[in-house]
Design a protein around this ligand. Structure first.
Ligand code: SAH
Ligand code: F3S
Length: 452
């Protein structure tokens, strides 16, 4: 049987999609190649959110085509995911060696289409049409149990698409309209994961707070999303629940209250603010104001005092003035986020922002990006430094990535903790005492003998 290698760019959703495609192919008898050099099929799962992500994937495919096609003429090369969806056939004009372009609603057809390509029945395939119920169409959602290293933490896709149409964002175009899986489907998957030893699930979607908005009526003031959280919370064996990516306007009173009510829901919330200026927020079509956002951050911290708040910010949105940017800096100081992803605005085709007046010059964007990044580091350093000496609960994920003789876990607020432990700690929820902090990592000692 053929072997496949999947290279993934972009968000956790893409990682999850790559896993699902890999599981589908393994179920058909494929083996997973350890590198692109030896694979019969190489797929690149792509991201379109910013131009740099597209350029990286294109560059990678050009290199692959240049090196692999000569050596192994029968190799099948494919693009899948967001850039495949938004650019379609154009990708084959750009890189003629590409055999397959598979859009975001066609992942479930990967196996069948690859078979046609590998057998020579077809030579070029572009599949990007919309597909009803595609969010539920991959049957082999999970890898067969390999008996190898078990994961402690897993991603679970709960919905696809986004209807918000922020003016800068290409996602509604690449991922389509919102579609949710049913609560039963999600719970079944969580049960199966728990049976395999998974302790933590991260519920995934482009705008998870809109989960089930049309399909699931509110009950006792609880939205479909909060009903889903309740249902996943009841799954035995799942000890921690996270979700991403939400929209600030989706944090209604029921969701804020869920953080106080559900012990398995980690006190860590990603709240993408994008800008601190009301004028820019309006131009972005975000649907909230700065003051509403600050109120939400306050409510979340009131529900859970240890709440970790992280955010996404775009600098250099068209027309962003120095005053607008100063509002973003002051909001950052006011909310004191625990961490942030800071992006330089990148014009995307067919989005309203791409043709808005007064684009910000690249050097101004670079300079604002650097200023915000240094503020972000300053706040993060102070906050992580304040953790030293504290006792924190972690879920141990496995060996530390940097130093294999140490173990790594995550706090409830999603900070990485490295400590001297042994492989038997993997999968355990345990208390450790923080001894040191860098900008990205906490170091700790097991705190078993140090009750507070
Ligand atoms: N809800 C989605 C958001 C996808 S985009 C999710 O699944 O995570 C992730 C982040 O990229 C956004 O929050 C925004 O800060 C940033 N982003 C989106 N479009 C962008 C653009 N055109 N230029 C720069 N950053 C962008
Ligand atoms: Fe994009 Fe806004 Fe949806 S950032 S994914 S359009 S909430």
């Amino acid at each position: 049987m053929p072997s496949v290698y999947i290279k993934t760019y972009g968000c956790q959703m893409n990682e999850r999609d790559s896993e699902a495609v890999a599981a589908q192919l393994v179920a058909k008898g494929y083996t997973l190649a350890t590198g692109e050099g030896s694979a019969d099929v190489v797929l690149i799962n792509t991201c379109s959110v910013r131009d740099t992500a597209e350029q990286k994937a294109l560059g990678k495919m050009e290199t692959l085509a240049g090196t692999l096609r000569d050596r192994r003429p029968a190799v099948v090369l494919g693009f899948m995911g967001c850039m495949a969806q938004s650019r379609g056939r154009e990708l084959m004009d750009r890189v003629p060696d590409v055999d397959l372009v598979l859009g975001t609603q066609k992942f479930h057809r990967a196996g069948e289409l690859l078979e046609e390509l590998l057998s020579g029945r077809r030579s070029k395939v572009v599949e990007t049409a919309a597909e009803p119920r595609s969010e539920a169409s991959i049957r082999e959602h999970l890898m067969p149990e390999s008996g190898g290293a078990r994961s402690v933490s897993a991603f679970v896709s709960i919905m696809q698409g986004c209807n918000q149409h922020c003016t800068f964002c290409i996602v509604p175009h690449t991922r389509g309209a919102e579609r949710s899986r049913t609560i039963e489907e999600v719970v079944d998957e969580c049960r199966e994961l728990a049976a395999r030893g998974v302790k933590e699930v991260t519920l995934l979607g482009q705008i998870v707070t809109s989960y089930g908005r049309r399909e699931i009526p509110a009950r006792d003031g609880r939205s479909g999303f909060v009903q889903l959280l309740d249902a996943v919370h009841a799954v035995e064996g799942i000890e921690r629940i996270r979700f991403t990516s939400p929209h600030p306007k989706g944090y209604g009173p029921d969701l804020v209250e869920a953080f106080a009510r559900l012990p398995k829901l980690m006190e860590s919330a990603h709240v993408p603010v994008q800008s601190g200026s009301d004028r820019v927020l309006r131009l972005m079509h975000r649907g909230y104001t700065r003051s509403r956002f600050v109120e939400l951050a306050t409510q979340l911290r009131a529900a859970q005092p240890g709440m970790g708040l992280t955010t996404d910010i775009i600098v250099g949105f068209p027309g962003e003035s120095e005053e607008d940017f100063a509002e973003t800096l002051s909001l950052y100081r006011e909310v004191e986020f625990d961490n942030a992803f800071i992006f330089k605005y990148s014009p995307r085709r067919d989005t309203p922002a791409a043709t808005m007046p007064c684009p910000v010059p690249a050097e101004v964007i670079d300079e604002r990006h650097a200023r915000l990044l240094s503020l972000c580091d300053e706040v993060r350093k102070r906050k992580l430094g304040a953790m030293v000496g504290r006792r924190v609960e972690i879920l141990v994920e496995g060996a530390s990535r940097r130093n294999h003789s140490r173990m790594q876990g995550r706090t409830r607020c999603n900070n990485i903790v490295v400590f001297e432990g042994s492989p038997r700690h993997k999968g355990q929820v345990m208390d450790v005492r923080v001894t040191a902090a860098t900008l990205t990592t906490l170091y700790a000692d097991p705190a078993i003998h140090n009750p507070d």
